[in-house]
Design a protein around this ligand. Structure first.
Ligand code: AHR
Length: 527
Protein backbone atom coordinates (compact mmCIF):
# COMPACT_ATOMS: atom_id res chain seq x y z
CA UNK A 1 0.00 0.00 0.00
CA UNK A 2 1.53 3.34 -0.99
CA UNK A 3 1.85 6.34 1.25
CA UNK A 4 -1.07 8.12 -0.41
CA UNK A 5 -3.28 5.09 0.23
CA UNK A 6 -2.30 5.10 3.89
CA UNK A 7 -2.88 8.86 4.19
CA UNK A 8 -6.30 8.47 2.63
CA UNK A 9 -7.27 5.67 5.00
CA UNK A 10 -6.07 7.65 8.01
CA UNK A 11 -8.04 10.63 6.76
CA UNK A 12 -11.14 8.50 6.13
CA UNK A 13 -10.81 6.98 9.62
CA UNK A 14 -10.50 10.46 11.13
CA UNK A 15 -13.60 11.61 9.16
CA UNK A 16 -15.53 8.51 10.19
CA UNK A 17 -14.63 9.11 13.84
CA UNK A 18 -15.50 12.80 13.77
CA UNK A 19 -18.99 12.05 12.50
CA UNK A 20 -19.44 9.12 14.79
CA UNK A 21 -21.59 10.02 17.75
CA UNK A 22 -21.95 7.98 20.87
CA UNK A 23 -25.32 8.68 22.41
CA UNK A 24 -26.85 7.62 25.73
CA UNK A 25 -30.60 8.10 26.07
CA UNK A 26 -31.72 8.02 29.70
CA UNK A 27 -35.16 7.19 31.01
CA UNK A 28 -34.95 8.06 34.71
CA UNK A 29 -38.49 6.82 35.32
CA UNK A 30 -37.80 3.37 33.84
CA UNK A 31 -36.36 1.58 36.89
CA UNK A 32 -34.50 -1.70 36.42
CA UNK A 33 -34.23 -2.08 40.18
CA UNK A 34 -32.49 -1.01 43.36
CA UNK A 35 -28.94 -2.29 43.32
CA UNK A 36 -27.79 -4.19 46.41
CA UNK A 37 -24.60 -2.73 47.92
CA UNK A 38 -23.50 -6.40 48.11
CA UNK A 39 -22.57 -6.11 44.43
CA UNK A 40 -19.38 -4.43 45.69
CA UNK A 41 -18.52 -7.48 47.83
CA UNK A 42 -15.06 -8.95 48.36
CA UNK A 43 -13.50 -12.40 48.74
CA UNK A 44 -10.65 -13.54 51.00
CA UNK A 45 -9.04 -16.99 50.88
CA UNK A 46 -6.34 -18.76 52.87
CA UNK A 47 -4.01 -18.68 49.87
CA UNK A 48 -0.52 -17.15 49.58
CA UNK A 49 -0.41 -13.74 51.35
CA UNK A 50 -4.13 -12.88 51.48
CA UNK A 51 -4.72 -13.65 55.16
CA UNK A 52 -1.26 -14.07 56.73
CA UNK A 53 0.75 -10.99 55.68
CA UNK A 54 -2.33 -9.54 53.96
CA UNK A 55 -5.20 -8.40 56.20
CA UNK A 56 -3.61 -9.95 59.28
CA UNK A 57 -0.02 -9.47 60.43
CA UNK A 58 0.30 -9.57 64.21
CA UNK A 59 3.44 -7.83 65.41
CA UNK A 60 3.74 -5.58 62.35
CA UNK A 61 4.15 -1.89 63.26
CA UNK A 62 1.37 -1.31 60.73
CA UNK A 63 -1.08 -3.56 62.58
CA UNK A 64 -3.56 -2.84 65.36
CA UNK A 65 -3.67 -4.58 68.74
CA UNK A 66 -5.63 -7.48 67.22
CA UNK A 67 -3.05 -8.01 64.47
CA UNK A 68 -5.00 -6.42 61.60
CA UNK A 69 -3.11 -4.21 59.11
CA UNK A 70 -4.57 -0.75 59.77
CA UNK A 71 -3.68 0.46 56.26
CA UNK A 72 -5.55 -2.44 54.69
CA UNK A 73 -8.57 -1.85 56.96
CA UNK A 74 -8.61 1.84 56.01
CA UNK A 75 -8.43 1.02 52.32
CA UNK A 76 -11.34 -1.43 52.70
CA UNK A 77 -13.39 1.14 54.65
CA UNK A 78 -12.85 3.73 51.87
CA UNK A 79 -14.58 1.41 49.38
CA UNK A 80 -17.34 0.54 51.87
CA UNK A 81 -16.79 -3.23 51.67
CA UNK A 82 -20.32 -4.60 52.35
CA UNK A 83 -19.51 -8.30 52.65
CA UNK A 84 -16.44 -10.57 52.71
CA UNK A 85 -16.68 -14.19 51.56
CA UNK A 86 -14.26 -16.46 53.51
CA UNK A 87 -12.31 -18.84 54.03
CA UNK A 88 -12.28 -20.11 50.43
CA UNK A 89 -12.38 -21.08 47.47
CA UNK A 90 -10.68 -24.43 47.05
CA UNK A 91 -9.15 -24.05 50.52
CA UNK A 92 -12.50 -24.62 52.24
CA UNK A 93 -13.21 -28.01 50.67
CA UNK A 94 -10.67 -29.63 53.02
CA UNK A 95 -11.03 -27.13 55.91
CA UNK A 96 -12.41 -28.20 59.28
CA UNK A 97 -13.55 -25.04 61.08
CA UNK A 98 -13.15 -26.40 64.64
CA UNK A 99 -9.35 -26.36 64.37
CA UNK A 100 -9.56 -22.58 63.94
CA UNK A 101 -11.49 -21.91 67.19
CA UNK A 102 -9.96 -24.32 69.68
CA UNK A 103 -7.37 -23.28 72.20
CA UNK A 104 -4.70 -24.19 71.31
CA UNK A 105 -5.35 -23.96 67.55
CA UNK A 106 -4.79 -27.07 65.44
CA UNK A 107 -2.35 -26.57 62.54
CA UNK A 108 -2.96 -29.02 59.69
CA UNK A 109 -1.76 -29.77 56.17
CA UNK A 110 -3.98 -27.92 53.67
CA UNK A 111 -4.40 -30.39 50.81
CA UNK A 112 -6.02 -27.79 48.57
CA UNK A 113 -2.92 -25.57 48.43
CA UNK A 114 -0.31 -28.08 49.73
CA UNK A 115 0.93 -25.94 52.63
CA UNK A 116 0.63 -26.10 56.42
CA UNK A 117 -2.29 -24.00 57.65
CA UNK A 118 -1.50 -22.70 61.18
CA UNK A 119 -5.18 -22.02 61.95
CA UNK A 120 -4.14 -18.87 63.83
CA UNK A 121 -6.76 -17.00 61.81
CA UNK A 122 -10.13 -18.67 62.34
CA UNK A 123 -13.82 -17.82 62.62
CA UNK A 124 -13.36 -15.41 65.56
CA UNK A 125 -10.62 -13.43 63.79
CA UNK A 126 -12.67 -13.39 60.57
CA UNK A 127 -15.78 -12.04 62.27
CA UNK A 128 -13.60 -9.46 64.06
CA UNK A 129 -12.29 -8.33 60.65
CA UNK A 130 -15.84 -7.92 59.35
CA UNK A 131 -16.86 -5.96 62.44
CA UNK A 132 -13.83 -3.64 62.14
CA UNK A 133 -14.86 -2.49 58.65
CA UNK A 134 -18.64 -2.83 59.01
CA UNK A 135 -18.96 -5.71 56.54
CA UNK A 136 -21.34 -8.66 56.64
CA UNK A 137 -19.69 -12.07 57.12
CA UNK A 138 -20.38 -14.61 54.35
CA UNK A 139 -19.02 -18.04 55.29
CA UNK A 140 -18.36 -20.68 52.68
CA UNK A 141 -18.61 -24.20 54.08
CA UNK A 142 -16.71 -27.43 53.45
CA UNK A 143 -18.83 -29.62 51.16
CA UNK A 144 -15.80 -31.58 50.02
CA UNK A 145 -14.27 -33.56 52.91
CA UNK A 146 -16.78 -32.06 55.37
CA UNK A 147 -20.22 -33.27 56.43
CA UNK A 148 -23.66 -31.72 56.68
CA UNK A 149 -23.45 -32.06 60.46
CA UNK A 150 -20.04 -30.37 60.64
CA UNK A 151 -21.41 -27.41 58.67
CA UNK A 152 -24.55 -27.15 60.82
CA UNK A 153 -22.31 -27.25 63.93
CA UNK A 154 -20.49 -24.23 62.47
CA UNK A 155 -23.85 -22.43 62.32
CA UNK A 156 -24.36 -23.42 65.98
CA UNK A 157 -20.97 -21.93 66.93
CA UNK A 158 -21.81 -18.65 65.20
CA UNK A 159 -25.52 -18.20 65.71
CA UNK A 160 -26.86 -20.06 68.76
CA UNK A 161 -26.96 -18.13 72.02
CA UNK A 162 -25.75 -20.81 74.46
CA UNK A 163 -27.34 -24.11 73.54
CA UNK A 164 -25.05 -27.04 72.76
CA UNK A 165 -21.25 -27.41 72.97
CA UNK A 166 -20.35 -25.11 70.08
CA UNK A 167 -22.15 -21.96 71.27
CA UNK A 168 -20.57 -22.59 74.67
CA UNK A 169 -17.15 -22.84 73.06
CA UNK A 170 -17.73 -19.45 71.38
CA UNK A 171 -18.64 -18.01 74.75
CA UNK A 172 -15.58 -19.62 76.34
CA UNK A 173 -13.51 -17.95 73.61
CA UNK A 174 -14.78 -14.62 74.92
CA UNK A 175 -17.65 -14.01 72.48
CA UNK A 176 -20.88 -14.02 74.51
CA UNK A 177 -23.18 -12.58 71.86
CA UNK A 178 -24.00 -14.82 68.90
CA UNK A 179 -22.36 -13.57 65.68
CA UNK A 180 -25.59 -13.78 63.69
CA UNK A 181 -23.85 -14.82 60.45
CA UNK A 182 -26.65 -14.51 57.86
CA UNK A 183 -24.93 -15.63 54.64
CA UNK A 184 -23.70 -19.22 54.26
CA UNK A 185 -22.57 -21.03 51.16
CA UNK A 186 -22.85 -24.78 50.90
CA UNK A 187 -19.61 -25.63 49.16
CA UNK A 188 -17.25 -24.13 46.61
CA UNK A 189 -16.97 -25.32 43.00
CA UNK A 190 -17.84 -28.91 44.01
CA UNK A 191 -18.55 -29.56 40.32
CA UNK A 192 -14.83 -29.28 39.52
CA UNK A 193 -12.37 -32.16 39.31
CA UNK A 194 -9.77 -29.87 40.96
CA UNK A 195 -11.94 -29.54 44.11
CA UNK A 196 -11.37 -31.73 47.18
CA UNK A 197 -14.35 -34.06 47.48
CA UNK A 198 -15.90 -33.09 44.13
CA UNK A 199 -19.46 -34.30 43.59
CA UNK A 200 -21.55 -35.51 40.68
CA UNK A 201 -24.77 -33.69 39.75
CA UNK A 202 -26.92 -36.21 41.59
CA UNK A 203 -24.70 -36.35 44.66
CA UNK A 204 -24.63 -32.54 44.79
CA UNK A 205 -28.36 -32.00 44.88
CA UNK A 206 -28.73 -34.54 47.70
CA UNK A 207 -25.81 -33.19 49.70
CA UNK A 208 -27.04 -29.60 49.49
CA UNK A 209 -30.58 -30.58 50.50
CA UNK A 210 -29.47 -32.54 53.57
CA UNK A 211 -26.96 -29.87 54.64
CA UNK A 212 -29.47 -27.04 54.18
CA UNK A 213 -32.04 -28.92 56.23
CA UNK A 214 -29.64 -29.23 59.18
CA UNK A 215 -28.45 -25.60 58.92
CA UNK A 216 -32.01 -24.28 58.86
CA UNK A 217 -32.83 -26.43 61.93
CA UNK A 218 -30.11 -24.54 63.79
CA UNK A 219 -31.04 -21.07 62.46
CA UNK A 220 -34.02 -20.71 60.11
CA UNK A 221 -33.04 -17.09 59.35
CA UNK A 222 -29.81 -17.93 57.53
CA UNK A 223 -29.65 -17.25 53.77
CA UNK A 224 -28.22 -20.20 51.88
CA UNK A 225 -26.11 -20.24 48.73
CA UNK A 226 -25.14 -23.34 46.77
CA UNK A 227 -22.07 -23.66 44.59
CA UNK A 228 -23.21 -23.78 41.01
CA UNK A 229 -22.21 -23.28 37.41
CA UNK A 230 -23.91 -21.74 34.38
CA UNK A 231 -25.12 -25.18 33.28
CA UNK A 232 -28.79 -26.20 32.97
CA UNK A 233 -28.38 -29.86 33.82
CA UNK A 234 -26.33 -29.17 36.99
CA UNK A 235 -28.92 -26.65 38.17
CA UNK A 236 -31.94 -28.78 37.30
CA UNK A 237 -30.60 -31.48 39.62
CA UNK A 238 -29.56 -29.04 42.31
CA UNK A 239 -32.83 -27.11 42.35
CA UNK A 240 -35.03 -30.19 42.09
CA UNK A 241 -33.45 -31.56 45.27
CA UNK A 242 -32.60 -28.43 47.20
CA UNK A 243 -34.22 -25.38 45.57
CA UNK A 244 -36.79 -24.97 48.35
CA UNK A 245 -34.02 -24.43 50.94
CA UNK A 246 -31.92 -21.98 48.92
CA UNK A 247 -31.91 -18.20 48.53
CA UNK A 248 -28.98 -17.92 46.12
CA UNK A 249 -26.98 -19.79 43.51
CA UNK A 250 -23.31 -18.85 43.33
CA UNK A 251 -21.28 -18.72 40.12
CA UNK A 252 -17.65 -17.81 39.39
CA UNK A 253 -15.77 -16.12 36.57
CA UNK A 254 -12.11 -15.58 35.70
CA UNK A 255 -11.42 -14.21 32.22
CA UNK A 256 -7.76 -13.96 31.40
CA UNK A 257 -4.66 -15.88 32.23
CA UNK A 258 -4.76 -19.31 33.86
CA UNK A 259 -3.35 -20.95 36.94
CA UNK A 260 -0.51 -22.29 34.80
CA UNK A 261 0.80 -19.09 33.20
CA UNK A 262 1.31 -15.64 34.64
CA UNK A 263 0.87 -13.91 31.31
CA UNK A 264 -0.88 -10.56 30.91
CA UNK A 265 -2.94 -10.85 27.75
CA UNK A 266 -2.62 -7.18 27.05
CA UNK A 267 -5.24 -4.44 27.23
CA UNK A 268 -7.11 -5.08 23.98
CA UNK A 269 -7.60 -8.82 24.49
CA UNK A 270 -8.65 -8.21 28.09
CA UNK A 271 -11.30 -5.85 26.73
CA UNK A 272 -12.53 -8.57 24.39
CA UNK A 273 -13.01 -10.71 27.51
CA UNK A 274 -15.11 -8.01 29.11
CA UNK A 275 -17.98 -8.92 26.76
CA UNK A 276 -18.44 -12.26 28.56
CA UNK A 277 -19.99 -11.35 31.96
CA UNK A 278 -23.10 -9.85 30.35
CA UNK A 279 -23.65 -13.02 28.33
CA UNK A 280 -23.03 -15.23 31.37
CA UNK A 281 -25.57 -13.29 33.42
CA UNK A 282 -28.14 -13.55 30.63
CA UNK A 283 -27.45 -17.30 30.44
CA UNK A 284 -27.77 -17.79 34.21
CA UNK A 285 -30.94 -15.71 34.28
CA UNK A 286 -32.26 -18.05 31.56
CA UNK A 287 -31.46 -21.10 33.70
CA UNK A 288 -33.36 -19.62 36.65
CA UNK A 289 -36.27 -18.88 34.31
CA UNK A 290 -36.19 -22.39 32.86
CA UNK A 291 -36.18 -23.98 36.32
CA UNK A 292 -38.92 -21.68 37.64
CA UNK A 293 -36.63 -19.95 40.12
CA UNK A 294 -36.32 -16.53 38.48
CA UNK A 295 -37.33 -13.98 41.13
CA UNK A 296 -37.06 -16.65 43.87
CA UNK A 297 -33.32 -17.21 43.86
CA UNK A 298 -30.71 -14.51 43.37
CA UNK A 299 -27.37 -14.83 41.61
CA UNK A 300 -24.20 -14.37 43.66
CA UNK A 301 -21.15 -13.90 41.41
CA UNK A 302 -19.08 -14.67 44.46
CA UNK A 303 -15.70 -15.02 42.80
CA UNK A 304 -14.72 -12.88 39.84
CA UNK A 305 -11.69 -11.13 38.45
CA UNK A 306 -10.16 -10.43 35.06
CA UNK A 307 -7.21 -12.58 36.05
CA UNK A 308 -7.26 -16.14 37.33
CA UNK A 309 -4.82 -16.70 40.21
CA UNK A 310 -1.34 -17.99 39.36
CA UNK A 311 -0.67 -21.27 41.13
CA UNK A 312 1.06 -23.73 38.77
CA UNK A 313 1.45 -27.45 39.37
CA UNK A 314 -1.39 -27.71 41.87
CA UNK A 315 -4.59 -28.48 40.01
CA UNK A 316 -2.67 -30.72 37.59
CA UNK A 317 0.85 -32.08 37.03
CA UNK A 318 1.69 -32.44 40.71
CA UNK A 319 5.24 -31.15 41.23
CA UNK A 320 7.20 -32.77 44.03
CA UNK A 321 9.58 -29.91 44.71
CA UNK A 322 7.92 -26.97 46.56
CA UNK A 323 10.02 -24.56 44.51
CA UNK A 324 7.91 -25.67 41.57
CA UNK A 325 4.52 -25.13 43.17
CA UNK A 326 5.00 -22.77 46.14
CA UNK A 327 7.57 -20.21 44.96
CA UNK A 328 5.88 -19.45 41.62
CA UNK A 329 2.92 -18.03 43.56
CA UNK A 330 5.05 -14.97 44.26
CA UNK A 331 4.44 -14.22 40.59
CA UNK A 332 1.04 -12.88 41.67
CA UNK A 333 2.91 -10.10 43.48
CA UNK A 334 4.28 -8.47 40.29
CA UNK A 335 2.42 -5.16 40.35
CA UNK A 336 3.16 -4.32 36.69
CA UNK A 337 0.67 -7.05 35.75
CA UNK A 338 -2.23 -4.98 37.18
CA UNK A 339 -2.97 -2.20 34.74
CA UNK A 340 -5.85 -0.15 33.36
CA UNK A 341 -7.07 -3.37 31.78
CA UNK A 342 -7.99 -4.50 35.30
CA UNK A 343 -9.62 -1.17 36.16
CA UNK A 344 -11.71 -1.04 32.97
CA UNK A 345 -12.64 -4.73 33.09
CA UNK A 346 -13.75 -4.21 36.71
CA UNK A 347 -15.93 -1.28 35.63
CA UNK A 348 -17.54 -3.26 32.81
CA UNK A 349 -18.14 -6.24 35.13
CA UNK A 350 -19.81 -4.07 37.80
CA UNK A 351 -21.91 -2.36 35.10
CA UNK A 352 -23.19 -5.76 33.99
CA UNK A 353 -24.11 -6.73 37.56
CA UNK A 354 -25.84 -3.36 38.15
CA UNK A 355 -27.80 -3.61 34.87
CA UNK A 356 -28.95 -7.05 36.14
CA UNK A 357 -29.55 -5.87 39.70
CA UNK A 358 -33.05 -7.39 39.66
CA UNK A 359 -31.36 -10.84 39.64
CA UNK A 360 -27.75 -10.29 40.78
CA UNK A 361 -27.74 -9.60 44.51
CA UNK A 362 -24.06 -10.08 45.31
CA UNK A 363 -20.64 -10.14 43.66
CA UNK A 364 -17.28 -10.73 45.32
CA UNK A 365 -14.06 -9.45 43.78
CA UNK A 366 -11.46 -12.18 44.04
CA UNK A 367 -9.50 -11.55 46.15
CA UNK A 368 -9.52 -8.22 48.00
CA UNK A 369 -5.87 -8.25 49.05
CA UNK A 370 -2.68 -9.66 47.47
CA UNK A 371 -2.61 -12.44 44.83
CA UNK A 372 -4.73 -10.80 42.03
CA UNK A 373 -6.29 -8.43 44.55
CA UNK A 374 -6.78 -4.65 44.39
CA UNK A 375 -4.74 -3.96 47.57
CA UNK A 376 -1.10 -5.10 47.66
CA UNK A 377 0.74 -5.22 50.98
CA UNK A 378 4.44 -4.90 51.65
CA UNK A 379 6.44 -4.44 54.86
CA UNK A 380 6.27 -0.63 54.78
CA UNK A 381 2.75 -0.12 53.47
CA UNK A 382 0.27 -0.85 50.68
CA UNK A 383 -0.06 -0.26 46.94
CA UNK A 384 -3.53 0.39 45.53
CA UNK A 385 -3.80 -1.31 42.15
CA UNK A 386 -5.92 0.21 39.32
CA UNK A 387 -9.00 -1.98 39.99
CA UNK A 388 -9.16 -0.49 43.51
CA UNK A 389 -9.95 2.92 41.98
CA UNK A 390 -12.92 1.55 40.07
CA UNK A 391 -14.39 0.43 43.39
CA UNK A 392 -13.48 3.77 44.98
CA UNK A 393 -15.36 5.65 42.25
CA UNK A 394 -18.38 3.36 42.07
CA UNK A 395 -18.95 2.82 45.80
CA UNK A 396 -18.64 6.56 46.50
CA UNK A 397 -20.51 8.04 43.54
CA UNK A 398 -22.95 5.64 41.88
CA UNK A 399 -26.48 5.69 43.28
CA UNK A 400 -28.91 2.95 44.42
CA UNK A 401 -31.58 2.97 41.73
CA UNK A 402 -30.55 1.59 38.35
CA UNK A 403 -32.54 3.09 35.48
CA UNK A 404 -32.74 2.48 31.76
CA UNK A 405 -29.99 4.01 29.64
CA UNK A 406 -29.92 3.16 25.96
CA UNK A 407 -26.40 3.43 24.49
CA UNK A 408 -25.92 3.86 20.72
CA UNK A 409 -22.37 3.78 19.37
CA UNK A 410 -20.27 2.70 16.38
CA UNK A 411 -16.92 3.34 18.00
CA UNK A 412 -14.84 0.34 18.91
CA UNK A 413 -12.06 -1.94 17.76
CA UNK A 414 -11.41 -5.59 17.12
CA UNK A 415 -9.18 -7.81 19.20
CA UNK A 416 -8.60 -11.50 19.68
CA UNK A 417 -10.46 -12.89 22.66
CA UNK A 418 -8.67 -15.15 25.16
CA UNK A 419 -9.68 -18.69 24.32
CA UNK A 420 -8.23 -22.03 23.18
CA UNK A 421 -9.00 -20.91 19.59
CA UNK A 422 -9.01 -17.11 19.82
CA UNK A 423 -11.38 -15.27 17.47
CA UNK A 424 -11.41 -11.67 16.28
CA UNK A 425 -14.01 -9.88 18.40
CA UNK A 426 -15.51 -6.43 17.91
CA UNK A 427 -15.28 -4.50 21.18
CA UNK A 428 -17.62 -1.47 21.45
CA UNK A 429 -15.71 1.42 23.04
CA UNK A 430 -18.07 2.46 25.83
CA UNK A 431 -19.99 0.43 28.39
CA UNK A 432 -22.32 2.37 30.70
CA UNK A 433 -24.75 2.05 33.60
CA UNK A 434 -27.18 4.75 34.72
CA UNK A 435 -28.14 5.22 38.34
CA UNK A 436 -30.05 7.80 40.32
CA UNK A 437 -30.68 8.52 43.97
CA UNK A 438 -34.00 7.40 45.42
CA UNK A 439 -35.16 11.05 45.66
CA UNK A 440 -34.09 11.71 42.07
CA UNK A 441 -31.82 14.65 42.93
CA UNK A 442 -28.61 12.87 41.86
CA UNK A 443 -27.94 11.16 38.55
CA UNK A 444 -24.70 9.16 38.32
CA UNK A 445 -23.57 7.42 35.16
CA UNK A 446 -20.77 4.87 35.22
CA UNK A 447 -18.88 4.83 31.91
CA UNK A 448 -16.03 2.49 31.06
CA UNK A 449 -14.02 3.46 27.96
CA UNK A 450 -12.42 0.32 26.56
CA UNK A 451 -10.77 2.22 23.71
CA UNK A 452 -6.99 1.94 24.32
CA UNK A 453 -6.12 5.27 22.65
CA UNK A 454 -9.18 7.38 21.90
CA UNK A 455 -11.36 9.51 24.13
CA UNK A 456 -15.07 9.11 23.45
CA UNK A 457 -17.49 12.03 23.35
CA UNK A 458 -20.67 10.83 25.03
CA UNK A 459 -23.79 12.79 24.15
CA UNK A 460 -26.32 12.26 26.93
CA UNK A 461 -30.04 12.75 26.32
CA UNK A 462 -31.17 13.43 29.90
CA UNK A 463 -34.86 13.44 29.00
CA UNK A 464 -37.21 16.32 28.35
CA UNK A 465 -36.95 19.19 30.87
CA UNK A 466 -34.51 17.24 33.02
CA UNK A 467 -32.18 19.89 34.55
CA UNK A 468 -29.12 19.62 36.76
CA UNK A 469 -27.59 22.61 38.51
CA UNK A 470 -24.10 21.18 38.90
CA UNK A 471 -21.98 18.22 37.92
CA UNK A 472 -18.62 16.56 38.24
CA UNK A 473 -16.76 14.18 36.00
CA UNK A 474 -14.58 11.76 37.94
CA UNK A 475 -12.21 9.38 36.17
CA UNK A 476 -9.24 7.12 36.80
CA UNK A 477 -6.25 9.01 35.45
CA UNK A 478 -3.49 6.96 33.84
CA UNK A 479 -0.97 8.12 31.28
CA UNK A 480 -1.07 4.78 29.49
CA UNK A 481 -3.35 1.74 29.12
CA UNK A 482 -0.57 -0.35 30.71
CA UNK A 483 0.02 2.07 33.57
CA UNK A 484 0.27 0.54 37.04
CA UNK A 485 1.10 1.52 40.63
CA UNK A 486 4.00 0.07 42.54
CA UNK A 487 5.95 0.47 45.76
CA UNK A 488 8.27 3.07 44.20
CA UNK A 489 5.45 4.95 42.43
CA UNK A 490 2.15 4.37 44.25
CA UNK A 491 0.31 7.29 42.61
CA UNK A 492 0.90 6.84 38.89
CA UNK A 493 -2.72 5.76 38.61
CA UNK A 494 -5.28 7.72 40.65
CA UNK A 495 -8.56 9.65 40.61
CA UNK A 496 -8.97 12.96 38.74
CA UNK A 497 -12.04 15.16 38.43
CA UNK A 498 -13.38 18.32 36.82
CA UNK A 499 -16.55 20.39 37.13
CA UNK A 500 -19.34 19.97 34.59
CA UNK A 501 -21.67 22.83 33.59
CA UNK A 502 -25.33 23.07 34.63
CA UNK A 503 -27.42 21.35 31.97
CA UNK A 504 -30.97 20.81 30.72
CA UNK A 505 -32.11 18.07 28.31
CA UNK A 506 -28.63 17.27 26.93
CA UNK A 507 -25.01 17.12 28.06
CA UNK A 508 -21.86 16.13 26.15
CA UNK A 509 -18.97 14.73 28.11
CA UNK A 510 -15.59 13.53 26.86
CA UNK A 511 -14.54 10.22 28.46
CA UNK A 512 -10.72 9.78 28.38
CA UNK A 513 -9.26 6.63 26.78
CA UNK A 514 -8.62 3.33 28.68
CA UNK A 515 -10.47 4.43 31.82
CA UNK A 516 -13.54 4.26 34.03
CA UNK A 517 -15.45 7.46 34.74
CA UNK A 518 -18.48 8.59 36.74
CA UNK A 519 -20.62 11.51 35.51
CA UNK A 520 -22.35 12.84 38.62
CA UNK A 521 -25.11 15.42 38.14
CA UNK A 522 -26.97 17.14 40.98
CA UNK A 523 -30.27 18.93 40.89
CA UNK A 524 -30.34 22.14 42.84
CA UNK A 525 -32.59 25.08 43.62
CA UNK A 526 -30.71 27.14 40.98
CA UNK A 527 -32.16 24.98 38.09
O1 AHR B 1 -7.57 -19.74 41.75
C1 AHR B 1 -8.31 -19.56 42.89
C2 AHR B 1 -9.41 -20.52 42.91
O2 AHR B 1 -10.23 -20.29 41.80
C3 AHR B 1 -10.36 -20.49 44.08
O3 AHR B 1 -9.85 -21.06 45.24
C4 AHR B 1 -11.48 -21.34 43.50
O4 AHR B 1 -12.69 -21.16 44.14
C5 AHR B 1 -11.43 -20.94 42.02
O5 AHR B 1 -11.39 -22.04 41.21
Amino acid sequence: MNFLGMELNAYKEKQRRSHMQTKLTIQTRREIGTASPMIYGQFLEHFHRQVYGGVWEPGSPLSDADGFRKDVLDAMRAIHVPVIRWPGGCFVSAYHWVGGVTNPRQPYYDKAWRVEEPNDFGTDEYVALCRKIGAEPYICSNAGTGTSEETSDWVEYCNLDHEGPWAKLRRANGHEKPYGVKYWSIGNENYGAWEMGAKTETEWGRYVAETAKMMKRVDPTVELFAASIMDLSWNVNLLKEAGRYLDWISVHGYYGGTDQNNNYNGFERSMAQSLLPDRQLAHTRGILEATGYLGKLKIAFDEWNLKGWYHPNIMSGYATDPKDYILPRNGNDINSLYTMADAVFTGVFLNACLRNCDTVGMANFSPVVNTRGMIFTHKEGIVLRPSYYTFLLYTNHLQDVVVDGYLEQDAGFTALNVARDPVETFVPALDTVTTRSKDGTILAIGAANRDPENAQTLKIDLGRDESYASGTLYWIEADDKDAYNDIDRPDRVGIASRELPACTDFLSVEIPPHTVAVIELKKGDKA
